[in-house]
Design a protein around this ligand. Structure first.
Ligand SMILES: Nc1nc2c(ncn2[C@@H]2O[C@H](COP(=O)(O)OP(=O)(O)OP(=O)(O)O)[C@@H](O)[C@H]2O)c(=O)[nH]1
Ligand SMILES: [Zn+2]
Length: 225
């Protein structure tokens, strides 16, 4: 990839070409290697870690692990590092003039803590108030998943989701709440299995107390089907 194309891609990784504090920190040459090249290199790195730990990589059960982990990093759990994987968020005109809040709640979040490379598992709740544009429901789930598929801190992920949807929808009136468990807190270190982390970002009208309250009340609604 040419350097100017790579730089454009780096800008896109944050929030739609605007570098902000919510931008994922990337090296300038982040897009130099193809996925195939990344997998080959990571495979050797994982092999090295396993050998350093004293594991016998000729063992039947272990020998495929370096390749498996490398593929999983590039194609799955860190796939959202590449802007080419950003979902196309199809929008429509709000012909039916729906003027109330729309909430997409209980979106499953599987992400990875960038400090320990351990899983973050939880739920995201996303809301917006249309000012003329409507986005396909599933696109909100897809946008959440795209930003989750990176090494993350929860605060940044929450902001990236809101900033992305603000651009897609052409309005500041977007909010996101994420409640998630960090396995680095639950399964190691302090090993507090009960605790979870709540983060929120409220844009535009969601900064108003009553609008924020309405959103939070919808999240609390028991909608088990
Ligand atoms: N703010 C924030 N912190 C996070 C997130 N994920 C993990 N952390 C924290 O990152 C911190 C890293 O702290 P360090 O002291 O460098 O790491 P550590 O020695 O493994 O810390 P312990 O987890 O306390 O054992 C820990 O307190 C984690 O709980 C996140 O999404 N947001
Ligand atoms: Zn962690």
């Amino acid at each position: 990839m040419k350097i100017d194309k790579a730089l454009k891609a780096i800008e896109a990784i944050g929030d739609n070409h605007v570098a902000t504090s919510a931008t994922t920190p990337l090296r300038e040459d982040a897009f130099k290697l193809s996925d195939k090249e990344k997998i080959a290199l990571i495979k050797e790195d994982v092999k090295h870690i396993m050998e350093t730990l004293g594991l016998d990589l000729t063992d039947d059960s272990l020998k495929g692990t370096p390749q498996r982990v490398a593929k999983m990093f590039v194609n799955e759990i860190f796939s959202g590092l590449h802007p080419e994987r950003k979902p196309d968020a199809s929008t429509f005109e709000n012909h039916y003039k729906y003027g109330e809040m729309l909430v997409e709640k209980n979106i499953t979040v599987y992400s990875t803590c960038e400090h320990h490379l351990l899983p973050i598992v939880g739920r995201a709740h996303v809301a917006y108030i249309s000012n003329g544009t409507v986005v396909g429901l599933s696109k909100m789930n897809r946008i959440v998943d795209y930003y989750a598929k990176r090494p993350q801190v929860q605060e940044r992920m929450t902001m990236q989701i809101v900033q992305d949807l603000q651009v897609v929808l052409g309005t500041k009136d977007v909010a996101c709440v994420i409640d998630a468990k960090h396995l680095c807190v639950n399964s190691r270190g302090i090993r507090d299995i009960e605790s979870s982390t709540v983060t929120s970002e409220f844009g535009g009208k969601f900064k108003e107390e009553s609008v924020r309250r309405e959103f939070l009340d919808y999240i609390k609604l028991d909608t088990t089907f």
